[in-house]
Design a protein around this ligand. Structure first.
Ligand SMILES: [Zn+2]
Length: 426
């Protein structure tokens, strides 16, 4: 076993091939100024998934695509019946996002597994490279769709509230592809078929760069609570309606938005229960210069690694929305989109990855994740671990998102070594 490990450490991933394939994925959906847009179930996102299937076939992996479109590329070890070590991430992006959020974890895992295959490395448990569908919530306000289904965590009624900016319902998009709601519960994977899940991902925050660390080992993931809040007042003429007789939905929304900031600032001094809250989308009707806004629809995203603080803030925010509406004599609808619990990742996996860092002398940081990831769903059915690589200036969900190729390669190499150790563990 020890000699096998020593040998594996001497095997290197193919850096050029990894960066080449990452670039090939980035070109799908590439727009102005290097922005990448591959919204879930768009033609571009489907093409990226198709390219991945091609790359997996080429690498000699056995490809399985489940009903929603999650892709699993499998390489059997000595014991094909044993639970598999899974590693991956997602290929969908936000609108005008970057090249690395998601693909680093998918292509990084693919590179790890194909390197092992090429070098005839001996391992017992099967390996699977995974691409989950719809990790980003940008299109439907619904995050980690594919991994939630695999973890059996989707409430089917939640899907019914999911609508994109063009008014297209997630359910309709799915049914146009022959995917029906009632079939989706069967995607839950038997936990006995999985040994562990590993995800390599860009940090999406400034900590690793600021501390000059190359690798982040993730302890826990802050999960979002998401609401849609709709203020409905009355659209009227902007010239003839006296100020005191107005039912302006946008002014109500404005007061509400600044409350979200105020309350989260109040909770930001807490060490463990820090809460962040964002109103990231706002739609007003009729949305013209000479009419009082009759309707304002906005999204609220609240996150914390403390479920207690998050619930407290969500409760205050909901109360405030009702109060504002009552004060202004308009109505408000509050639709819960998602309420996720913060998730602790597996300590044993963290220690295993940490050992790898120590062995190679890699400077690392042990840290929580402020962003959600597929790993938080997988953690509900298996041991899950995450490896972060630095994000320049902490920027992500933006064309300026950047991670040094060397750092991506280091992450993929560490992932490969962790996979081998896991796949030979009893
Ligand atoms: Zn991501």
């Amino acid at each position: 076993m020890l000699s096998m490990l020593r040998e594996t450490c001497e095997i290197s991933i193919n850096k050029e091939r990894l960066i080449h394939d990452l670039n090939a994925i980035s070109r799908i959906g590439l727009g102005d100024h290097g922005a990448v847009t591959r919204l879930v179930f768009s033609v571009k996102e489907l093409r990226a998934r198709q390219l991945l299937i091609h790359l997996m076939n080429h690498a000699g992996l056995k490809v399985h695509v489940d009903r929603i479109g999650n892709i699993f590329g499998r390489l059997n070890g000595a014991n094909s019946k044993a639970p598999a070590v899974l590693a991956g991430s997602h290929l969908d992006t936000v609108v005008q996002g970057g090249k690395f959020d998601g693909p680093v974890g998918v292509i990084g895992a693919l590179e790890a597994v194909r390197t092992l295959r090429e070098n005839n490395v001996v391992f017992a448990h099967p390996l699977e490279v995974v691409c989950f569908v719809g990790e980003e919530s940008s299109r439907f306000g619904f995050s980690t769709l594919g991994s939630s289904l695999v973890a059996g965590e989707v409430k089917l009624e939640d899907l019914a509230n999911a609508v994109d900016a063009h008014g297209t319902k997630l359910e309709d998009v799915l049914s146009s592809m022959g995917i029906y709601r009632h079939n989706l519960t069967s995607l839950k994977r038997d936990p006995a078929s999985i040994k562990a899940y590993l995800e390599l991902h860009i940090e999406q925050g400034p900590i690793l760069e600021a501390k000059a660390k190359k690798i982040g080992l993730v302890t826990s993931i802050a999960a979002p609570t998401r609401l849609k809040v709709v203020f409905a007042g009355q659209a009227d003429h902007s010239g003839t309606t006296p100020m005191e007789m107005r039912k302006d939905a946008l002014v109500a929304a404005a007061r509400f938005i600044s409350y979200v900031e105020d309350v989260c600032l109040e909770f930001s001094h807490m060490d463990k229960g820090r809460v962040v809250g964002t109103v990231g989308a706002l739609k007003i009707e009729p949305g013209v210069i000479n009419a009082i806004p009759g309707k304002a629809e906005l999204s609220v995203d609240i996150r914390s690694i403390s479920a207690e603080s998050k619930d407290q803030v969500a409760k205050l925010i909901i109360e405030q929305a009702r109060e504002i509406a009552q004060r202004r004599n308009i109505s408000v609808d509050i639709l819960p989109i998602r309420n996720e619990l913060p998730v602790a990742l597996d300590e044993g996996l963290l220690l295993l990855i940490e050992e790898g860092c120590k062995r190679k002398g890699i400077p690392y940081e042990i840290m929580p994740s402020g962003a959600g990831h597929d790993a938080m769903q997988m953690a509900k059915i298996t041991r899950a671990g995450m490896i972060f690589v630095p994000s320049r200036r902490g920027i992500s969900h933006n064309p300026l998102e950047w991670t040094e190729p060397e750092d991506i390669c280091l992450g993929s190499q560490l992932l490969m070594e962790t996979i081998v150790r896991l796949a030979n563990e009893d």
